[in-house]
Design a protein. Structure first.
Length: 302
């Protein structure tokens, strides 16, 4: 690239950041919805960008992931990674820094790309499981729909798009980001992973859940929300395996010694979740033999 071209590129970047910053970050001037409060430790970790009204830097990007980490000084170290032009295109990375605006219950930040400019960053939607979020701006110029998993159902994406539209955005500008599918373990790998933890039959699990004299285990269904809605073990909590793989501590909020029984549809997704939980330090993991089909066959009403 010639020297004049390099200067033009730098000026374009500086111009973008100036537009993002506007007149600085003032909570009193925020006009998009703001969540009541944000538990910062739960919000940390990787977020997959699912949909975006992109800045020029984000045009034609793939595998976009925004990762947050609290720094000792209270700021938020941010790593934005993506591939340019294709799923296997050149890998790119940016490292802005977030600053929580005091008095906003951690819901409004200033995002700094170049000192001293801070761009408005508003957490406008955040579900109770910290599995999906919408980051908006009062200018209604850019927006980010993000999730803990790269896989989001079309129905849920449509619902979040409707939320963005209700904020006053032109959603015709919204671009859905493609992500490379994560490789699933082979049958042999699944067997090896699950053989390393305890097993429990559906009948034994039903008995444990009915026994009020002893603490019940946490039953973890790692299938999709749609599968869970169609039928599940009573009392189970639903956390899709991809969300657990992305950030198990954030999506579960359980003690590391929690007694956890996992299941999915065939054991493959359960094995992915088991590996992620073990890596995060969870030790009391049990797999329900036969997964949900075995439970459903023994308990047809459920």
């Amino acid at each position: 690239m010639s020297k004049p071209m390099r200067w033009c590129s730098r000026l374009a970047v500086l111009s973008l950041f100036a537009v993002l910053a506007g007149c600085g970050v003032s909570p009193q001037k925020v006009t998009v919805p703001v969540v009541a409060s944000v538990d910062l430790p739960r919000f940390m970790g990787p977020w997959y960008v699912i949909g975006v009204i992109p800045t020029f830097i984000e045009k034609d990007i793939y595998n976009a992931i925004e990762t947050y980490e609290q720094a000792p000084d209270g700021s938020i170290s941010t790593t934005f990674t993506f591939n340019k032009g294709a799923l296997d295109g050149p890998a790119k990375q940016m490292n802005p820094r977030g600053f929580v605006i005091p008095g906003t219950n951690n819901a409004i930040w200033g995002m700094q790309f170049i000192w001293p400019i801070k761009a408005e960053y508003v957490i406008s939607h955040l579900d109770e499981n910290y599995s999906e979020t919408i980051i908006a701006r009062s200018a209604r110029d850019y927006v980010w729909i993000m999730a803990r998993s790269p896989n989001m159902s079309a129905a849920r994406y449509a619902e979040l798009t409707a939320k963005v539209a209700a904020m006053g955005y032109d959603t015709s500008k919204l671009v859905k980001i493609q992500h490379s599918p994560a490789p699933m373990p082979s049958p042999a790998e699944v067997a090896a992973i699950l053989s390393g933890i305890e097993r429990i039959s559906p009948a034994e699990l039903r008995q444990r859940l009915a026994d009020t004299a002893t603490p019940a285990p946490v039953v973890l269904d790692v299938r999709t929300a749609e599968e869970f809605a169609a039928g599940h073990v009573p009392g189970a909590i639903n956390r899709p395996h991809a969300e657990i793989a992305a950030n198990p501590e954030a999506v579960l909020s359980l003690a590391k010694d929690a007694d956890i029984v996992l299941y999915c549809g065939t054991g493959r997704r359960a094995s992915v979740a088991v590996q992620a939980l073990q890596a995060a330090g969870f030790k009391r993991l049990t797999h329900m033999s036969g997964d949900y089909p075995a439970w459903a066959s023994e308990n047809p009403a459920q």
